[in-house]
Ligand binder design. Sequence first.
Ligand code: HAM
Length: 429
Amino acid sequence: MSKRLQAVRGMNDVLPERAALWQSLEAVVREVLADYGYEQIRLPLIERTELFSRSIGEVTDIVEKEMYSFPDRNGDSLSLRPEGTAGCVRACVQHGLLHNQVQRLWYAGSMFRYERPQKGRYRQFYQVGAEAFGLAGPDVDAELILIGARLWRRLGLQDVALQINSLGVPEARNRYRERLTEYLRSQFDALDEDSRRRLESNPLRVLDSKNPQMQPVLDAAPTMLEYLDQGSRLHLDRLCRLLQRAGLHYQLNPRLVRGLDYYTRTVFEWVTSSLGAQGTVCAGGRYDGLVQQLGGGEVPAAGFAIGLDRLVDMLADQGHPGAATQPTLYVVSAGDRAELEAQALAETLRGRLPGLRVEQHCGGGSFKSQLRRADRRGARYAAIVGEREAEEATVTLKDLRSDLPQETLSWEALVKKLQPALACGSVEE
Ligand code: HAM
């Protein structure tokens, strides 16, 4: 026997049973984004590698060691997108969407990072991102955060907590970085290996360390909030007031730094304790310098991305069933002529009642085995076409979920009878 091939590590198949949950989640996310006036933008999966190194930052984990980069046949270095913000900005600049205009956009799709796979962390994962361009104030930061809050509410998720921080403007952050580096150097002996490495390349990321032994050193570290410029402080204060007015609880976490370099001022994360180590289900912030950095004008911007794989895991853990996929009607037949009529009936119903789930039995077999299959598929009704029905242009309807007697109807009467099933999944008697 030939060797069976497996999916690439960290890249998951979503089987039909789980796909139903994905579909309901995606539908709710789209609905909420539309409610807030966000419009969809569809972006390529592959971009020039340079786009990511220039935006996410050369000395970040993502660019240094997690990108799927390859030369194309021209020798240009391309990469599978590790995130969506850079591509979204690139597209907006390329198509002139940002000239004195406000844009509220969203995108969805797979992202790729060569990370060590574990529950909630995959090499291909799915994000929905929202980006707002042309708005400099904390009002839109609050709006982006409120979108998250509304989404958790609609999904019935309670265990998701908000953390916010401000990284200030670049000058303030540079001052803070110097001060932090100085402090960390003075604590060098207490730093773990990872932090020693980061100390020189990206000292802010040392604050991210989850190592319990590092916590006393980090607790005593100077915080960004002490170094914030006046403008960023006012921005943060106003954001806090807006969130308070909206009744949102948040934790001001001065150690929240994010793993991408483009952020300025507000950063935030929505974190759950129910998923173990990979608990951040949504993250984002403001990136006022990025549009200009990528060749556009001086356009303020802010956004977030939700990790859908993690949300699906969370919903599944809570027993969320997802969208129904069972057929409403399962069409069975026996005999040559009946088979012709049964197929024509199924097509007629699909034409007359779009949205009604009609599954046609294929592959023959006795009525008994066909009805058993209808039951296993979870169908509500079976439409039975035998020789007699075929001759009379009728159909026998059997309710598979009750003891009601079956009835023989004309096709037209069946259409009328099934009409209400479109709305509620069953027919009123
Ligand atoms: P990020 O924090 O790198 O930000 O990713 C956002 C979310 O994507 C994470 O909070 C997590 O839920 C999910 N995620 C990230 N990596 C993985 C992974 N390996 N496996 C599963 N899920 C993952 C960004 O990507 C920014 N572009 C967000 C943003 C938009 N900021 C402003 N606008």
